[in-house]
Design a protein around this ligand. Structure first.
Ligand code: GTP
Ligand code: MG
Length: 182
């Protein structure tokens, strides 16, 4: 009997996806992990997760992707949720000013609720989702990119969960960032 070897360099990266309700957090996770998209909105309650194995520069990693409900009232264990994360994807909807404006307080809340408050290197990326709805765009790429520069040089992507635009790139970037900070 030959048991499969567990690669010594295998590691789990915990990614949390946060942002206002309906920006497309669950849709991004579903597209990335199971290549599925639904127009039908089903609200996330509490938090949900999916795992995906990826190979980054020869290292086998498991991404554990946690999708948090946008409606805050549903979720009581926020501090633990943030503290256990290795990195965070901040999502807004390019057709919603409010979802973009909320990123700042969301980011501050996450940093303040994390146990390790000294961790100034906690990796974020910002994702502007729904680029397939260009006609209804409210937040320009330039405005968002500038905000990311001013808030700690956060990597920035515009995505569409619907049309599978830039999703792999965004997840790959944040996984790489975690490895760099490890
Ligand atoms: P909560 O669970 O309430 O926090 O929302 P969420 O951020 O998980 O949003 P969800 O992924 O459920 O998507 C909300 C709605 O937006 C659904 O109807 C999706 O079909 C739609 N949606 C998500 N991503 C996209 C996208 O890239 N383009 C378009 N056109 N619609 C999208
Ligand atoms: Mg959801």
């Amino acid at each position: 009997l030959v048991l499969p070897k567990t690669p010594l360099n295998k590691r789990i990266i915990k990614i949390i996806i946060v942002g206002d309700s309906t920006v497309g957090k669950t849709s991004l996770m579903n597209q990335y992990v199971i290549k599925r998209f639904s127009e039908v909105y089903r609200v996330t309650i509490g938090a949900d997760y999916m795992a995906k194995n990826i190979n980054i520069d020869g290292k086998l990693m498991t991404l554990q992707i946690w999708d948090k409900a946008g409606w805050e009232c549903y979720f009581s264990e926020e501090a633990a949720f943030y503290s256990e994360a290795d990195c965070c994807i901040l999502v807004y909807d390019i057709t919603s000013c409010k979802s973009f404006e909320n990123l700042k307080s969301l980011k501050e809340k996450i940093l303040s609720l994390r146990n390790d408050k000294t961790d100034v290197n906690f990796p974020f990326i910002v994702v502007g989702n729904k680029v397939d709805r260009e006609d209804e765009r409210k937040i320009s790429s330039e405005i968002a990119r500038q905000w990311c520069r001013e808030n700690g040089n956060i990597p920035f992507y515009e995505t569409s969960a619907k049309e599978y635009i830039n999703i792999d790139n965004a997840f790959m970037m944040i996984a790489r960032n975690v490895l760099m900070h490890a």
